[in-house]
Write a new protein. Structure first.
Length: 289
């Protein structure tokens, strides 16, 4: 049997390779080399689309193009997933996500300040919405595109796990290590000492403060006690709803009326959580927890 010859053209130059007789597998040239070129072309095209408005765009489309330009540029700068195995895309995407979260948090705090809303209420409303809407759209896309509900539900639980265990755990661990090594120095005393800005109770200060004290990383509970309890109750109710929907044909989808009723009920639970937590923050509801 004669050998087969394959020609690949990943760039302006053409390369000819010969496959072994009887082999139908494509050569390594065709299988791997075009990927960087195609990824680069996609990247260049995405960057061009940021600056060039759509063909035949009207006034509304032009306004939206200008308003969305910073976000389009940010997304276009992110390398395509086909470049270098997707590692640059993953790393730079994480950096951009962190940058957007910082912006959303600062803007939300500014809105709360202008509206005279307490920081705790701003955190569970504006900041939470701004940082969770991307997860919501990702879960919606997974629910529509996947056969099962595992990815959409897993995205919610995984995202919250990262927020709690990584987003809180790592900064608190760093703070605990720092203050354990620094001890009750002057900065610690100015903040947590008897004459500090936020003094500790006398029993705790006797344990960690004073001359030669070990110091400690202090995180006050604030008004989150009742908020956490309400969240846990709403989460348990949500899990019960998912289990009930499983008996009716599936966690997601199914009967349209049932899906709408479930969505309305879940939004109602969110309003209950926000209202009760806000009332607790402003002292209207008092719970000694």
């Amino acid at each position: 049997m004669a050998a087969t010859t394959t020609t690949c053209a990943p760039s302006s130059s053409r390369t000819t390779t010969t496959a072994p007789p009887g082999s139908s597998r494509p050569s390594a040239c065709c299988a791997s080399t075009p990927t960087p070129y195609l990824a680069t072309d996609d990247w260049v095209g995405a960057l061009k689309d940021c600056f060039i408005p759509p063909n035949g765009a009207g006034a509304k489309e032009m306004v939206m193009h200008v308003l969305m330009f910073p976000w389009k540029l940010m997304f276009a700068i992110c390398p395509p997933a086909g470049l270098c195995g997707g590692y640059p895309c993953f790393v730079i995407s994480l950096a951009f996500i962190g940058f957007q979260v910082v912006l959303i948090s600062d803007f939300a705090n500014q809105v709360g300040c202008q509206l005279y809303i307490k920081t705790a209420v701003t955190a569970i409303t504006f900041v939470a919405l701004g940082t969770s809407l991307p997860d919501t759209f990702a879960s919606m896309q997974a629910a529509r595109g996947d056969k099962y509900a595992d990815n959409s539900v897993g995205n919610v639980t995984g995202s919250n796990s990262v927020n709690v265990f990584f987003g809180l755990g790592v900064p608190w661990l760093m703070g605990a290590i720092y203050w354990a090594s620094a001890g009750a120095n002057e900065a610690w005393e100015l903040k947590f000492g008897p004459l500090g800005t936020t003094p500790l109770p006398s029993d705790l200060y006797a344990l960690y403060g004073g001359p030669g004290g070990s110091g400690a990383f202090v995180v006050r509970k604030g008004d989150l006690g009742l908020s956490v309890i309400v969240f846990i109750v709403c989460a348990i109710i949500t899990i019960g709803l998912i289990l009930a929907r499983r008996q009716m044909g599936g966690e997601l989808g199914g009967n349209r009326q049932g899906a709408i009723a479930s969505a309305v009920f879940l939004v109602f639970l969110w309003f209950v959580y926000v209202i009760v937590s806000s009332l607790s923050t402003y002292g209207i509801i008092v719970a000694n927890l």
